[in-house]
Design a protein around this ligand. Structure first.
Ligand SMILES: Cc1cc2nc3c(=O)[nH]c(=O)nc-3n(C[C@H](O)[C@H](O)[C@H](O)COP(=O)(O)O)c2cc1C
Ligand SMILES: [Mn+2]
Length: 435
């Protein structure tokens, strides 16, 4: 198993899944080149960014599902099942005395986040952003660790904007710190093992440390080192760490706009400030950027939620064949293929999926002969097997995606596009155009 981002790059090289750019690439050109690379379905590493000598920038770590298969050395079709199996086998991280992520340490006046090649991602963004950091924090009441990914807008040498949404665990830590009159310390790890990113994007119960989940996905404990200026630990083999804090007593400040995963711009919003107390990094660190709404982004967002929904449905004795939350480059719409055992089972399936992942908005249930990764196949199943007056479920007034000025995300739509039970012979496919 790979141990860090550098091992992953080596693996991608061996499998011809990465392009390495050694010619000079201006910081302002990188976003557009990343977009082109996304169409090619390969990772890209920029090693020569004028003004940022010695630091590289990598993008498109998960160009598609096959990149996860490469990490596990398994067939693409078995990744979902493998992750499901590993999900429950959590492995706590272990402490080590030292790690490459602290080869260099910047404190006080030496701190300058602008000195690292964080990019502007979309033309109308409010500025340069860190988009791929794992934010590590501890619950001020219980000490339980949390990991998430949060965008951070560069605002000063040692200060960034910090987008924290009201539906994520981290916000409950922030509110607890506020009540206790404390700061909330954070460590932001950049240039991570790809499976640590997957763990940070997962949604386990609030009292689960996502680094234990990272251990489960890796099949071995994540090694941690103690931070220099905050009472937290970070992956020893990450590339760069920003140590610092949010101050809940401090007023929020405008952050944005930012081209977000729904592929439109989030307007300027008030958000907390992140104050940086130390930057530590490897010699010649490799930073990472993620384009919101890219395949890279949806693989990261969708894969853990597919696994969590599969676990829920299997606990209900549903015969799940495959789930996809990656049909349209965001994880708000999905589909599941099942082997239906009871005529009305698809309704329970929808309710289970909506319960397992609260942002899920539209969910289609199809039979096992339908490819849930292919939107045309899903429309085919709706055309041939959906009876709308029976097969549509609308659940109003439920919790959905949070940034929702017009109430677009508060209703759930379930669609049953399965054939009537017991009449399979009449619905068997001919292997024609779609089959
Ligand atoms: C690339 C990327 C960027 C993200 N940016 C944000 C963000 O800025 N704010 C946010 O609340 N969630 C963001 N998320 C989603 C959270 O990281 C995700 O919901 C996570 O599971 C929340 O963890 P928590 O509930 O344990 O705090 C992002 C996810 C990805 C993959
Ligand atoms: Mn969490």
């Amino acid at each position: 198993m790979i141990k860090d981002l550098r091992d992953y790059i080596q693996l991608l090289k061996e499998q011809n899944k990465i392009d390495i750019v050694d010619e000079a690439a201006e910081l302002s050109d990188i976003s557009l080149r990343m977009r082109e690379q996304e169409k090619r379905g390969k990772t890209i590493l920029f090693r020569n960014i004028p003004g940022f000598e010695g630091t590289s920038m990598i993008n498109n770590l998960f160009a598609d599902r096959s990149f996860l298969a490469a990490i596990f050395g398994c067939a693409q079709e078995t990744v979902q099942e493998l992750l499901e199996e590993r999900y429950s086998k959590r492995i706590p991280p272990v402490m080590v005395k030292e790690g490459p992520v602290q080869e260099k340490v910047f404190l006080g006046e030496e701190i300058d986040i602008f000195g690292f090649p964080f990019i502007q991602h979309a033309p109308k963004d409010g500025g340069r952003y860190n988009s791929a950091g794992i934010v590590i924090a501890k619950d001020p009441r219980t000490g339980i660790r949390n990991c998430s990914i949060n965008r951070m807008q560069l605002k000063g040498r040692n200060v960034t904007g910090f987008r924290m949404s009201p539906r994520q665990d981290l916000e409950s830590y922030y509110n607890a710190a506020k009540e206790l009159g404390q700061r909330l310390e954070l460590a932001v790890s950049i240039g991570n093992h790809p499976l640590d990113l997957l763990a940070a994007a997962s949604g386990p119960p609030r009292d689960v440390d996502e680094l234990e989940l990272a251990g489960a996905f890796r099949g071995e404990a994540v090694e941690l080192v103690k931070c220099k200026t905050v009472d937290l630990e970070v992956p020893a083999r990450a590339e760069l760490v920003l140590e610092g804090y949010l101050d809940p007593q401090e007023p929020w400040e405008p952050e944005g706009p930012f081209g977000d995963f729904m592929e439109f711009y989030v307007p300027v919003m008030d958000n907390p400030l992140f104050h940086i107390t130390a930057i530590t990094c490897r010699e010649h660190p490799i930073l990472q950027a993620i384009h919101a709404g890219s395949r890279d982004d949806v693989t990261l967002l969708g894969t853990p939620r597919e696994v969590e929904i599969a676990r829920m449905l299997k606990s209900m004795n549903v015969d799940v064949r495959k789930i996809s939350l990656q049909i349209c480059n965001n994880y708000l719409t999905g589909a599941v293929a099942i082997h239906k055992q009871l005529e009305d089972e698809p309704r329970n399936v929808m309710m289970g999926a909506f319960a397992a992942f609260k942002f899920l908005k539209n969910f289609v249930v199809v039979d096992e002969d339908v490819d849930v990764d292919n939107p045309k196949e899903i429309l085919w199943a709706m055309s041939t097997r959906l009876r709308a007056e029976k097969g549509i479920l609308v659940i109003p007034n439920a919790v959905g995606f949070g940034r929702d000025a017009y109430g677009i995300h508060t209703a759930k739509l379930g669609i049953d596009a399965t054939a009537p039970l017991g009449h399979w012979d009449e619905f068997e496919r001919t292997g024609g155009q779609n089959g």
